[in-house]
Design a protein around this ligand. Structure first.
Ligand SMILES: Cc1cc2nc3c(=O)[nH]c(=O)nc-3n(C[C@H](O)[C@H](O)[C@H](O)COP(=O)(O)OP(=O)(O)OC[C@H]3O[C@@H](n4cnc5c(N)ncnc54)[C@H](O)[C@@H]3O)c2cc1C
Ligand SMILES: NC(=O)c1ccc[n+]([C@@H]2O[C@H](COP(=O)([O-])OP(=O)(O)OC[C@H]3O[C@@H](n4cnc5c(N)ncnc54)[C@H](O)[C@@H]3O)[C@@H](O)[C@H]2O)c1
Ligand code: SF4
Ligand code: FES
Length: 803
C-alpha cells in the first residue's frame, strides 16, 4: 500500500512528540515531512531557562538529532516557514517558494510571546524569551550592558531574571500585580517567593504598570504610569503567550483563542489536526508540556484510526526552575475562587515553609507548597485522581523541611513520577528491573521520564536505588554525553591509562565528540587528580575565572585577591597593595569574609602587571581549590585561647594552597570553642580545646547552610595536618566534580569516612598521594608573568568565552 503523506507544521516540542507517538504505533503508515521555522532540530525549549542560567549549553538540549530524522525517514525542512495552507488542493506553501501536498496535516505552531504595544516597544534592546535566538540575544546584551528589566513576574519572567543575574546583570522584575506568580500562587506563597528571590539579588517591583519605554534608538529605561522611572538597557517581555493561529485562521479553520480541536485533536477539517500551545481544547490553550504530550498520544491513535480514550483536558502542576527556591503549585490555588472550597494551611515562619491544601467535597483539588516541595508529586496524583484526604500522610503537614522520609517508596505503581511525560512509577520500576538500568539517563532513554524539565530526576534516582537495591549501586551519568557515572569514568581512566580529555571521550564512546560544559571541566579535574605528575592541565576546559586566574565581575572587570596566609598580613604587603590600587585605579579594596583583601574592578589587560607588582602568591579566590584558612587570634593575644590558631592556620594554608579539589574548599582554625573563626561551617574546621584539637568536616556557610560533623579529636598539630590531609585527599579522590564537602559527607556518610581514615595504612597512603599532588603545583600568576605566550594569549587577543 502506498504510504499516506503526513505533513507537520512546527518542529517544536508538541509536534515532534506527536510524530514520535505515531512512529511508536505504526512506523510505516506515513511518509512524514516536518516544517520548522527555526533553523534547529527539535530542542527542549524548557531548558532555555537553564541555558540562560549557565547550567547547560544549547548543544546539550537537542531532543531529536538530525540523525533521528534521517533514521526515521522524516524529511525536515528547518529554517522554512509555512505561509499558506490551501485546504481545497491540500497543499502548503512556504517562504522559500516550496509547495507541498498532504493527505493529513498536523498544525503544531506553538505560541508567540504576548506583546503589549507600549510606546517605544520597537526600540533596540527589547526582547522576548521564547527560542534559542532570544537566549543568544540576552547573552550578547549581557556582555555590553548592565541593567536589565523583565516585564512579567510569572514563571518565564522569573526564570529569565535569574538567568540575567547569572550573566552578571542587575535585574528589575516588573510585575503589574501585588505579588509574583499570581497565576499559580496565593499571596502568602507569592510574598515568600519574592523575599527569597530578593535575597538572590532580584529587585522585584510589584503593582507597577508600564507606560512607556524610554530612549532614542536603544532603550534606556522604563516610565511607569505613576510617573516614576527606572533605568534599563535590556528589556525582556515575559507577560504571557498567545497561541500562534494565523495560518489556521487564514485557511478558514475554526479558531477561537487557539485552533479549536475536539477530544481527538481534530480541527474543523477532518484531515487536519492540531496539537500543542496553538490548539484550544474545551476552551483551554495549554502552556506546559505535560498536557501537550497527553494530546500527542491521543492524536497519534486518532490519525492511525486506532482505539484510544478521548483527551478530556488536564490538571496542571508547575515548579519554578530557579535553584535555591522550592515552590510548587497544582490545581486550584485560591479557595475563595472555588465555591464551597476550603483550605488547610500551615506556615512555619521560622523555616519559611508554607503548605496549603485546597479541599472541596472532602476531595483534594489543589495545593501550594513553598520551602518544602517534595510532596508535590504525591499531592498532584491525589488531585488528578480526586482523592479524599484519607490516607494523606501526616508528614505532609510537617514543616520540618527535607528531613522526613521520602514518599516515593509509598507511591503506588500507577502514580506518576514524571509529570511532564506522564511516566508512572510502575513503568520506571519495570524498565529498571527488566533492562538492568542503573542511571537516570538510561531510564530517560528507556521511558522518556526526565526528558523535559528534569524536575523528576531525584525521584527517578531514588527509584533506581529502591528497585535495584543493594545488587546494583545507583549511578548517575556525569553528563548527557555518556551513560557512564563518575566512578566508572575514573575507573576506566585508571585501567586504560587515559591521559587526555579527548582520548577519554573517544575511547569511552562519548555521544558528543567535543564533550559539553559539564564533562570537559570534570574530566580535566579527574585526569589531574588521578595522575598529577604526568597530566598537563587543559586550560581551555576550565571555567572562565579559572582560565583567567581572576574572578570576572558584572561589568567585565576582574577582582584580584592575593594570598594572606591565615589572614595575617604586615605593613610591607599592605603598602604594596595600596600602591597597586593607586597605580591601576582600583575602584574598591574590600576585606573579604576569608580575611584578606580583594582588589575589585581591575582591567583585564592590567592583571599580569598587577600580579607582578604585588609579588604575592595567587589567593585562588576564583578556583576549585583551597580558598582560605581563616584564623582567630588565639593564644598569642586572646585570653581564652588555648592554641596557636594563627600559626596552625598559616601552616595549613601553606601546605594546601594550590591544591586542586572537586569544588572550592574553605578551612579555619579557632583556638577555643567560642569559635571566632567559624570553624563549624567550614569544609575543614579546627577547634582548639584543652590539650587537643577537634576536626570538623563538611561544614558550609553558603546557600546550603550546614554545620560540620566532628571527624575526630587529636592531640597535636602534626596529627591535625595528617588527618586534614587524609580527609582532603579522600574527598579529592571520591567526590563528584563540583560536589562540596558538605554534600560529599552527606552522600557517603560520616561513619564511612571515619572508618576509612581510622585505618593507619589507608591514611598514610592518602597522605603520600596528597604530597605527590602538592609537589607539582606552581603559582599560576607567576607562571603567566613568566610566559610571554600565555600572557599574550590570555590578556591581549582573546575573546572571553562564557564559562
Ligand atoms: C524559557 C521557557 C521555559 C519553559 N519552561 C517550562 C517548564 O518548565 N515546564 C513546562 O511544562 N513548560 C515550559 N515551557 C513551555 C513549553 O516549552 C511549551 O509549552 C512547549 O514548548 C510548547 O510546545 P509547542 O510544540 O506547542 O510549541 P513550540 O515548542 O513553540 O514549537 C512550535 C514550533 O513551530 C514553529 N512554527 C511556528 N509557525 C510556523 C510556521 N508557519 N511554519 C513552520 N514552523 C512554524 C516555531 O518556530 C516553533 O519552533 C517553557 C517555555 C519557555 C519559553
Ligand atoms: N517552570 C515552568 O513551568 C515554566 C517556565 C517558563 C515558562 N513557562 C510557560 O511559558 C508560558 C509563558 O510564561 P509567562 O510567565 O510569560 O506567562 P504567565 O501568564 O504565567 O505570567 C505572566 C505574568 O506577567 C504578568 N503581567 C501581565 N501583563 C503585565 C504587564 N503589563 N506588566 C507587568 N506584568 C504583567 C502577569 O501578572 C503574570 O504574573 C506560560 O505558559 C508558562 O506556563 C513555564
Ligand atoms: S575562638 Fe576563642 S581563642 Fe580564638 S579569638 Fe575567639 S575566644 Fe579567643
Ligand atoms: S517532571 Fe519534567 S521531566 Fe519529569
Amino acid at each position: 500500500m502506498e504510504k499516506q503523506k503526513l505533513v507537520v507544521i512546527g518542529n517544536g516540542m508538541a509536534g515532534v512528540r506527536a510524530v514520535e507517538e505515531i512512529l511508536k504505533l505504526d512506523p510505516n503508515r506515513f511518509s512524514i515531512t516536518i516544517f520548522g521555522s527555526e533553523p534547529h532540530p527539535n530542542y527542549n525549549r524548557i531548558m532555555l531557562s537553564k541555558v540562560l542560567q549557565g547550567d547547560t549549553e544549547i548543544s546539550d538540549i537537542v531532543l531529536n538529532s538530525l540523525e533521528w530524522y534521517e533514521e526515521n525517514n522524516i524529511t525536515l525542512h528547518k529554517g522554512e516557514e509555512v505561509i499558506k495552507i490551501d485546504r481545497e488542493s491540500k497543499t502548503l506553501f512556504t517562504n522559500k517558494g516550496r509547495e507541498e501536498s498532504y493527505d493529513k496535516l498536523i498544525i503544531a505552531t506553538g505560541s508567540n510571546p504576548l506583546m503589549i504595544p507600549f510606546k517605544g516597544i520597537d526600540k533596540e534592546g527589547v526582547v522576548t524569551f521564547r527560542d534559542i535566538a532570544d537566549c543568544e540575544k540576552m547573552v550578547d546584551a549581557s556582555k555590553q550592558y548592565k541593567k536589565a528589566a523583565v516585564i512579567g513576574g510569572g514563571l518565564l519572567g522569573l526564570e529569565a531574571a535569574r538567568g540575567l543575574l547569572n550573566l552578571g546583570m542587575e535585574v528589575d522584575v516588573i510585575q503589574n500585580m501585588p505579588y509574583v506568580m499570581n497565576r499559580q500562587l496565593d499571596e502568602t506563597a507569592g510574598n515568600l517567593l519574592q523575599k527569597s528571590l530578593g535575597d538572590q539579588g532580584m529587585n522585584i517591583l510589584v503593582n507597577h504598570d508600564t507606560d512607556e519605554f524610554l530612549g532614542e534608538e536603544r532603550v534606556t529605561g522604563i516610565r511607569f504610569k505613576d510617573g516614576s522611572e527606572i533605568k534599563a538597557d535590556l528589556i525582556v517581555m515575559a507577560i504571557g503567550i498567545v497561541p500562534n493561529t494565523s495560518l489556521a485562521k487564514e485557511s478558514g479553520l475554526t479558531v477561537n483563542r487557539g485552533i479549536a480541536v475536539d477530544d481527538h485533536l481534530q480541527t474543523s477539517d477532518p484531515d487536519i489536526f492540531s496539537v500543542g500551545e496553538c490548539a484550544e481544547h474545551r476552551g483551554i490553550a495549554y502552556g506546559l508540556v505535560a498536557p501537550l504530550y497527553e494530546q500527542g498520544k491521543v492524536l497519534a491513535h486518532r490519525i492511525l484510526e486506532q482505539e484510544c480514550a478521548p483527551y478530556e483536558g488536564s490538571v496542571l502542576s508547575t515548579q519554578l526552575k530557579v535553584s535555591g527556591v522550592d515552590v510548587f503549585s497544582a490545581g486550584e490555588f485560591m479557595e475563595h475562587e472555588v465555591e464551597n472550597a476550603y483550605a488547610i494551611k500551615i506556615f512555619d515562619e521560622v523555616s519559611n515553609v508554607y503548605k496549603k491544601l485546597l479541599i472541596k467535597d472532602e476531595k483534594l483539588i489543589g495545593a501550594v507548597l513553598f520551602g518544602d516541595t517534595k510532596d508535590g508529586n504525591k499531592l498532584f496524583q491525589m488531585i488528578q485522581k480526586g482523592s479524599t484526604l484519607e490516607g494523606l500522610s501526616p508528614t505532609l503537614f510537617s514543616t520540618n523541611s527535607g528531613k522526613e522520609e521520602s514518599l516515593v517508596a509509598s507511591m503506588s505503581d500507577d502514580d506518576i513520577i514524571c509529570g511532564c511525560n506522564g511516566v508512572s512509577k510502575g513503568t520506571i520500576c519495570s524498565a529498571i528491573s527488566e533492562g538492568g538500568l542503573t542511571s537516570v539517563d538510561e531510564v530517560k532513554d528507556a521511558t522518556t521520564a526526565c526528558r523535559s524539565c528534569g524536575g523528576c530526576k531525584p525521584l527517578v534516582a531514588e527509584l533506581i536505588s529502591l528497585t535495584a537495591g543493594s545488587e546494583v549501586e545507583q549511578k548517575e551519568a556525569i553528563c548527557s554525553c555518556t551513560t557512564l557515572s563518575r566512578d566508572e569514568v575514573v575507573a576506566e581512566i585508571k585501567e586504560k591509562g587515559l591521559t587526555h580529555s579527548k582520548e577519554v571521550m573517544n575511547v569511552l564512546g562519548w555521544k558528543n565528540d567535543e564533550g559539553c560544559s559539564k564533562c570537559r571541566p570534570a574530566l580535566n579535574y579527574y585526569l589531574g587528580m588521578i595522575d598529577p605528575e604526568q597530566y598537563e592541565d587543559e586550560r581551555e576546559s576550565r571555567f572562565v575565572n579559572e582560565r583567567m586566574h581572576a574572578n570576572i565581575q558584572k561589568d567585565g572587570t576582574f577582582s584580584v585577591v592575593p594570598r594572606m596566609y591565615g589572614g595575617v598580613t604586615n605593613p610591607k604587603e599592605l603598602r604594596k597593595i595600596a600602591d597597586v590600587a593607586d597605580k591601576y585605579n582600583i575602584p574598591l579594596v574590600k576585606v573579604t569574609g576569608g580575611q584578606r583583601l580583594d582588589l575589585l574592578g581591575a582591567k583585564k589587560e592590567d592583571l599580569p602587571k598587577i600580579w607582578e607588582e604585588l609579588d604575592m602568591p595567587s589567593g585562588y579566590a576564583y578556583g576549585k581549590t583551597l580558598r582560605t584558612v581563616k584564623t582567630c587570634v588565639g593564644e598569642s593575644f586572646c585570653r581564652f585561647g588555648t592554641q596557636d590558631s594563627m600559626g596552625l592556620g598559616i601552616k595549613l594554608e601553606k601546605k594546601f594552597e594550590r591544591l586542586q579539589t572537586p569544588h572550592k574548599v574553605k578551612m579555619s582554625v579557632s583556638a577555643c570553642p567560642r569559635n571566632c573563626a567559624e570553624s563549624g561551617i567550614k569544609d575543614v574546621g579546627i577547634v582548639g580545646i584543652e590539650g587537643a584539637f577537634e576536626i570538623y568536616v563538611g561544614g558550609n556557610g553558603g546557600t546550603h547552610l550546614r554545620a560540620g560533623d566532628l571527624l575526630c579529636k587529636v592531640a597535636t598539630e602534626e596529627e591535625v595536618m595528617e588527618m586534614s590531609s587524609a580527609f582532603l585527599q579522600y574527598y579529592r579522590e571520591n567526590a563528584n566534580y563540583l560536589e562540596r564537602t558538605s554534600a560529599f559527607v552527606e552522600r557517603v556518610g560520616l561513619a564511612h569516612i571515619k572508618e576509612v581514615l581510622d585505618n593507619i595504612d589507608t591514611r598514610t597512603e592518602l597522605n603520600i598521594r596528597m604530597d605527590k599532588a602538592l609537589a607539582v603545583t606552581t603559582d599560576p600568576w607567576r607562571e603567566i608573568i613568566e610566559s610571554k605566550n600565555t600572557k599574550n594569549e590570555l590578556f591581549t587577543n582573546v575573546m572571553l568565552q562564557k564559562g
